[in-house]
Design a protein around this ligand. Structure first.
Ligand code: DAH
Length: 329
C-alpha cells in the first residue's frame, strides 16, 4: 500500500466511497473498518504517512486527506442511519407477507332487521320515532292500563332506577307519549331497547330490541290492522308466507291478538297486538268515542334469529367477528 503514490491511494479511496451508498449490513461495517479503521484503515494510513512527506506535499496531501475523511464520515453516517431506519420499519411492515384484503364494516344483523321493518312501515305511511329508555312507572304501566299490582309491573321483572323510575320494559310507553303530544291521525313505529330482569341464556337477554307500532284515527278497524300486518309479513318474509291471528290478552288492547307466521311445519309468534284499549286513549287525552286505533309490538332480536336460523340470542350481543363477519354483504 505504501508503495502506491498518495494520488493513487486517494483515487482508490474515492472509488470505495461510491460503494457506501449502496452497502448495507455487514458490508457497510466492513467499509467503515477498511476506510477509517484505526490500525489499517486506508485513510488512516494516508494520514499516518504524512510525516514522511516533504513539507509542501504534506500540506496538500493533508488537506485532501482531511476533506476526504469528512466526506467518508458523513457518507457512512447517513447510510448507516438509512439502513437502521429501514430495518426498524421492516419489523412493522414485512413486504414479503401475503396481502390482506381491505377491512369492510357492516350493519349489525339486528340493526339491519330494525331498519328493514321500519322501511316497510314507512311505505304504509308510518313515521319512525323514539322515546326515553329511563321511564316513569306512570308511562311504562299506568297510562297503558297496567295496574301497578299486575305481575308485569313487579320488582321481579322490572329494573328500577329509583322509586317511580324504571328502565322501560317495553316500547309501549312511547304510544302514550305520542298520543299526548300529537293529534290523530297518528301512524308511528318506535324501535328501541327495552330492559327486563331476566336470565341471560340462549333465549333470554336482559336488554333487547322492540318495535312498537301505533295507528290512531277515525274509523280504524281490526281489518286495517290485519291488512297492514299481512302487507308487512309478505314484504319482510316472503310473498307466500301465511299469517295467523290468535286471540290473546294485553291490558292496553281490546281485543288482543298474537300474530304467528307459518314456519316449516309449524307457526312461530312474531308479535303481540290489538285494538288500542279505550281506557288507554282516554288516559292520553284522546276521545275514544271519536277515535280508534291498533297497536303492535315485536322483537327484532327474535325475528333476526328466526330469519337467519340463529340458535342462541347471546350471539347477537357478543360482537364476535367470526359470527358477525357472516353478515357482511
Ligand atoms: N308491550 C308488549 C310486550 O312488551 C308487546 C305488545 C303487545 C305491544 C301488544 C303492543 C301490543 O303494542 O298491542 O310484550
Amino acid at each position: 500500500m505504501s508503495e502506491q503514490s498518495p494520488n493513487d491511494q486517494f483515487l482508490a479511496v474515492e472509488r470505495t466511497i461510491g460503494e457506501i451508498q449502496h452497502a448495507d449490513g455487514a458490508r457497510l461495517a466492513e467499509l467503515r473498518v477498511d476506510l477509517l479503521g484505526r490500525k489499517a484503515g486506508r485513510l488512516t494510513q494516508i494520514l499516518r504517512s504524512l510525516s514522511s512527506l516533504p513539507s509542501e506535499e504534506r500540506r496538500v496531501v493533508g488537506l485532501r486527506a482531511n476533506d476526504l475523511k469528512r466526506e467518508i464520515e458523513s457518507a457512512l453516517a447517513s447510510r448507516e442511519s438509512e439502513v437502521a431506519s429501514r430495518k426498524a420499519s421492516k419489523q412493522v411492515a414485512d413486504l414479503t407477507m401475503p396481502g390482506r384484503s381491505a377491512w369492510r364494516g357492516a350493519i349489525h344483523p339486528v340493526t339491519a332487521v330494525v331498519d328493514e321493518i321500519c322501511e316497510i312501515f314507512r311505505d304504509l305511511g308510518f313515521t319512525r320515532v323514539s322515546g326515553p329508555e329511563a321511564e316513569t312507572q306512570e308511562y311504562n304501566f299506568t297510562k297503558l292500563n297496567i295496574s301497578l299490582d299486575h305481575p308485569a309491573a313487579d320488582m321481579q321483572d322490572t329494573m328500577f332506577l329509583s322509586p317511580g323510575i324504571v328502565m322501560r320494559t317495553h316500547t309501549s310507553p312511547v304510544q302514550a307519549r305520542t298520543m299526548e303530544q300529537y293529534e290523530p291521525p297518528i301512524r308511528i313505529v318506535v324501535p328501541g331497547l327495552v330492559y327486563r330482569r331476566d336470565a341471560f341464556d340462549a333465549s333470554h337477554a336482559p336488554v333487547f330490541e322492540q318495535i312498537e307500532g301505533l295507528v290512531v284515527d277515525e274509523g280504524v278497524s281490526f281489518v286495517d290492522f290485519k291488512a297492514a300486518i299481512d302487507f308487512f309479513v309478505k314484504r319482510f318474509f316472503s310473498k307466500t308466507t301465511a299469517v295467523r291471528f290468535r286471540p290473546s290478552f294485553f291490558p292496553f288492547t281490546e281485543p288482543s291478538a298474537e300474530v304467528d307466521v307459518k314456519w316449516g311445519d309449524g307457526w312461530l309468534e312474531i308479535m303481540g297486538a290489538g285494538m288500542v284499549h279505550p281506557a288507554v286513549l282516554e288516559n292520553c287525552g284522546i276521545d275514544s268515542e271519536r277515535y280508534t286505533g291498533y297497536a303492535f309490538g315485536m322483537g327484532p332480536h327474535r325475528i333476526t334469529m328466526l330469519r337467519h336460523g340463529i340458535p342462541d340470542i347471546r350471539l347477537l350481543f357478543q360482537n364476535d367477528m367470526r359470527f358477525l363477519g357472516q353478515f357482511v354483504e
